[in-house]
Ligand binder design. Structure first.
Ligand code: DOR
Length: 444
């Protein structure tokens, strides 16, 4: 499917930067949004492709700021091609990927390797974190381009675990690029793992890695961020306690994210889907769900990430604690959140803000996250009028399962456009499309 450089989307319900909707047309030229208006005059140019978007809503493409795509080294779970196919289906036009691949992304050479692989294979746009170890401070200061430094304060083995305050301190002290933390207290987890040893019910996972473990690490990260006035992002905030803490003392330069699963699933999921509900930080109580929702609505939590972390069904079938933590998410996050909007829990404009606009702002990704002339044409047409369930056979992620199978959702993307190219159209992927490396204003 070859495509022209120019595209006109007609008769869409367009989300404007103000949050209002306009019924109208969008012209795309050379990968950029050129015009947004109620009606674009008929164009006789053969080089223009038209899309009839009657009944569909046009939103900025989702930017997923936390994914684990497993390449290099763990491609049997997922790779950059399959993951980006899943993104295209899920309306994710850009992603920020984590460094716990094999080898770890802790040097410029490994970052370059990932960028090169992505340029060859990725149907959507890509950016990568550099992982902190206790030893790679020089790499953390100079690596480029990167969306930021990832620190696993807990829930990690090997070099990527940086859990001692003495090792964290120099990372916060030097440099100024964004630090994103997986905030769980490893000492507490290790101690409680011993305490609860021998229990194979996966529900114990949420007690071993409890709310207190998450809160302690978030407190430490905030303390260091305050001391050094260092830009901090708290990944997958999971507890009511952390949300309340941020509500009280969130610094101007701190942001936080939440996953759809921490909003919509809780510890009751272990009864229905067993180890598929196992992730880090773990699922919490229904009360935590409520507090996280309120924090998101109030702006205490800034945006949404999936923490897409695919493991095979075979791995997930192991008995706890041998079963790995993590669940896929890029294909379901947008319809999950838009279903919440349609059912009245939030608005469609808020969902677009949390899943695109606010992410672009926080990571300083220029020209993304809004439908406005001059912005990149990373766009999605979603159907808010029909429901369709999450069906295992339709999933594009290599791991081939979802914790949300059977959930009846609306807001599925019908068309996904990356840089002005249609990459997904009513169930069909265009495998010729390639995304681009994201730019980050701080580092480029
Ligand atoms: O559950 C998780 N799995 N949480 C993480 O932060 C890492 C991830 C993985 O890579 O499997």
């Amino acid at each position: 499917m070859s495509q022209s450089n120019n595209l006109i989307i007609r008769r869409a319900r367009i989300l404007l930067p103000t949050g209002a909707f306009l019924s109208g047309d969008v012209r795309i030229q050379n990968g950029k949004i050129a015009e947004v208006t109620s009606a674009i005059a008929q164009d006789d140019d053969d080089n223009v492709t038209e899309i009839d978007a009657t009944g569909l809503t046009l939103l900025p493409g989702v930017i997923d700021p936390q994914v684990h795509f497993r390449e290099p080294g763990l491609e049997y779970k997922e790779d950059l091609f399959t993951a980006s196919c899943a993104c295209a289906r899920g309306g994710v036009t850009s992603f920020l990927e984590m460094p716990n691949t094999r080898p770890l992304t802790t040097t410029q050479a490994m970052l370059d390797d990932k960028l090169q692989r992505a340029a060859q294979k990725c149907l959507v746009n890509y950016g990568f974190f550099i992982g902190a170890t206790a030893e790679n401070l020089p790499d953390l200061l100079t690596a480029n381009p990167t969306c930021g430094i990832k620190i696993f304060m807990g829930s990690m083995k090997g070099d990527l675990l940086v859990d001692e305050e003495t090792a964290l301190e120099p990372i916060f002290a030097k440099g100024n690029r964004l630090i994103a933390v997986h905030a769980e207290d490893q000492a507490r987890i290790t101690q409680r793992r011993q305490e609860f040893a021998g229990i194979t019910d996966p529900a114990i996972h949420s007690q071993i890695q409890d709310n207190q473990a998450a809160l302690a690490a978030t407190e430490l990260a905030l303390k260091l961020s305050k001391k050094y006035q260092r830009r901090l992002h708290i990944l997958h905030l999971s507890t009511g306690e952390e949300a309340e803490l941020l509500r009280q003392e969130k610094l101007d330069w701190v942001t936080a994210e939440v996953t759809p699963q921490h909003l919509l699933l809780n510890t009751s999921a272990y009864e229905t889907i067993g180890t598929k509900a196992q992730m880090n930080p773990p699922l919490r109580s229904p009360q935590d769900n409520q507090i996280l929702w309120q924090a998101l609505l109030d702006g205490v939590i800034d945006f949404i990430a999936t923490d897409h972390a695919p493991h095979t069904l075979e791995e997930k079938a192991k008995t706890y604690p041998d079963s790995p933590s993590g669940m896929p998410g890029v294909e379901t996050s947008l319809p999950l959140m838009l279903t919440q909007a349609v059912q009245g829990r939030c608005t469609v404009a808020q969902v677009a803000h949390w899943m695109s606009t606010a992410v672009a702002r926080a990571y300083k990704i220029p020209q993304k996250g809004l439908i406005e002339p001059g912005y990149d044409a990373d766009l999605i047409l979603v159907d808010l009028e029909h429901y369709h369930p999450v069906v295992r056979e339709e999933l594009r992620t290599k791991c081939g399962w979802s914790p949300f199978e059977g959930w009846d959702l609306t807001g599925w993307p019908m068309v996904t456009i990356v840089g002005g190219q249609v990459v997904y159209d009513h169930g069909k992927l265009n495998l010729e499309v390639r995304g681009k490396a994201l730019k980050f204003a701080d580092t480029d």
